[in-house]
Design a protein around this ligand. Structure first.
Ligand code: AMP
Length: 292
């Protein structure tokens, strides 16, 4: 396992990996790794001969009132977990390496970024696409694995890779959940025991909506109010709860009839912690099949 701090060293290590084993897998993260991240590492191994994990808490994707400074950081533990999962390279640059003094360049994807999280976190995706472009520029040709937990991020990066002709194949991996259905997230450590229990309304709401969808209910106006009631009943504050097109992410209106597949995307606050979850109804199994 090699831990690299500078872009030049990481670029060389990626070039060496391609020369030695023919392909590189890349898993961009912000660290505080959990089983969800490690599943991405294992997925990357299925596509490439060597896997690099990047660990960088990216300041430009946090809003001024968000949790950049208190975001959990655990580099030593993360490096050990990456090694155990089979990654051979970790790139953990300091902020100045990713944003050289005087930095004045941003990458912005339009359209897709206006909906869902883009509406409530104005500069978030610009920060994400900027840093991921830099990571791709340093890593070079690779298979990059992203979690469908951040469904919109995955779609935005796919779009960016196509638009900028980047030599990257983007793979989306299903959401990894705790046994009780809660989606794994580095932010779950912020939750009190009570908030964590209430957060289970997320997978429950997704599962109940999925069951009704499978039973034939296609009316947004019938499905969404129950989702909202489920979340509000657990005293979660809804940021958004929407059915959206799986590719464009455009939300369906309250009076719309859903097509064969649709993204049900949720964002809530449990106390001060923002949690997201989603399910593509008509495609993915419900997180809690017994909730039907
Ligand atoms: P983060 O460190 O939160 O920026 O996440 C890094 C990558 O891990 C992103 O592609 C996330 O979508 C993915 N990820 C985070 N949590 C999960 C999860 N529970 N299941 C699958 N992927 C995840």
């Amino acid at each position: 396992m090699r831990v690299l701090r500078s872009a030049a060293e990481f670029r060389q290590a990626c070039d060496d990996a391609r020369a030695q084993v023919g392909s590189l897998g890349l898993v961009p993260t912000m660290g505080a790794l959990h089983e969800g991240h490690l599943a991405l590492v294992r997925e990357a191994q299925r596509h490439a001969g060597r896997v690099a994990v990047t660990i960088f808490v990216n300041p430009t994707q946090f809003g001024p009132k968000e949790d950049f400074t208190r975001y959990p950081r655990a580099l030593e533990r993360d490096v050990a977990l990456c090694g155990a999962a089979g990654a051979e390279l970790v790139f953990a640059p300091p902020v100045e390496e990713m944003y050289p003094p005087g930095d004045a360049t941003r990458v912005r994807v339009t359209g897709l970024t206006e909906h869902l999280c883009g509406a409530s976190r104005p500069h978030h995706f610009e920060g994400v696409t900027t840093v991921v472009t830099k990571l791709f520029a340093v890593a070079g040709p690779c298979v990059a694995v992203f979690g469908r937990k951040d469904y919109q991020q995955w779609k935005v990066i796919e779009r960016m890779v196509r638009d900028l002709l980047l030599p990257v194949r983007v793979v989306g991996h299903p959401i990894v959940r705790e046994a009780d259905g809660l989606a794994l997230s580095s932010r779950n450590v912020y939750l009190t025991a009570d908030e964590r229990a209430r957060a289970l309304a997320l997978p429950r709401a997704l599962s109940r909506a999925a069951a009704r969808f499978v039973a034939g209910e296609r009316r947004v106006g019938e499905l969404l109010p129950s989702v909202r009631r489920e979340l509000e009943g657990a005293a979660l504050t809804i940021d958004y709860a929407r059915f959206s097109d799986v590719e464009t992410l455009t939300p369906f209106a309250e009076d719309a009839i859903l097509p064969e597949r649709a993204l049900l995307a949720l964002a809530v606050f449990a106390g001060s912690t923002r949690l997201i979850d989603n399910l593509v109804v008509g495609e993915e199994p419900a997180p809690l099949p017994d909730e039907a």
